[in-house]
Design a protein around this ligand. Sequence first.
Ligand code: HEC
Length: 390
Amino acid sequence: MTDIRFPARAFGSAVLLAGVLVVACSDDGTDDPGDGAQPDPQALFRNVQEELVATCGGANGSCHVRGAQAPRWLADPDPYASARAYRGILPVTRDSSDSILLTQVQHAGPALSRYPVLYDKVAAWIQSELPKPILPATPKFSVQDGFNVVPLDTLAPNLSGARLTFLAAQANSVLTLSALRVEAPITANLTIKSPFFVMLPRSGKVVADPSSNGFEGDLTVEAGTTQELFGGKMILLRWDRAGQLKLVFNDITSTPGQGASQKCTALDVFRDKALPAMQTQVDILADDTDGGVPGPVIGKGSCIGCHGKEPAAGDPPEPAVQAMDLRAWSTAPADACAQARNRIDFADKTKSALLLNPQGKGNPNHPMKSLAESDPVLAGIDAWIQAEQR
Ligand code: HEC
């Protein structure tokens, strides 16, 4: 890399300086905080242009230069302009490892990674073109059918406890995400700007396309509250089940906040009506470990039995507890009530996850046998939901 560190621009200014100051400047430019430390993107490209065209252009340019079928990203008259303008080569995530050039696998043509030296030079060029820093993004995650939790706590200061939750359904190559929600921590407000999903197939080109896989606008989630992520729904096409996702934000910031206490307004009704209902025996289903629809009835359990279950020593909380934590139901009912309250939809109480999930109308993978709308268990929970005030 060092041999291409002296783009014409920097060299020109070095000559100028030398004339005036007589070699007061450093000899290699690496400790120069100014312009000289930045590789010139165009120079890096020109340096690989010939080899890239020879490797990816095809015989006489029949592939990526003037191909009829192959996308032309090295097109005449200027391959540099062509490559820069081609969508996905300079990824919107600003993370060079998301570039379609670097993640493409063997196709009608070869994968660039078959030529490690060229690959590194192209990677250095892409890197030099991208504005810094890279956009904030969640770590990559795999998707399970049903309920998913993605921590957001590493994305900005003081976000411990912030998370994204959603329900996922995968059919053929379509991934449908619903009930997309963002939970802010108790002590920080969270503002996110135009987030978008990036698909990272198990092998092959990364898909980073905010226009079809993203949302536009700002969303502020006040401390201690949960909000739907824009419309709460996203459909991703050409999804690879074995692939991964990440959520990228054009910006994510936090400000100190005081979690408007999530206290229940009808704690007595929660105790008298909801808790007994939640301890009533219901039929539970075999949990499908592959993330598919749960199997046959395997025994009896209760809402509290699953949502109030302590994990074995050293284990993380059970999935049911991660989705809704009622472990405090007997020791600190007000805390359990506050957790359950998060699953009330105050805009339309009949749409509350607390009522829909047990009826199989929320998450189809909820591992209990669906209850009829008139079931006393639901009546008990509903009595409290109706009493609870915003
Ligand atoms: C056999 C265990 C089990 C029982 C019984 C059970 N749940 Fe669940 N519940 C889960 C699991 C696991 C999840 C999260 C994963 C999923 O839904 O796939 C969940 C998720 C939920 C959610 C979703 C939270 C969210 O953020 O979307 C709600 C609400 C819920 N359950 C309510 C109830 C109620 C009310 C009852 C009793 C009528 C109940 N559950 C009984 C295991 C159980």
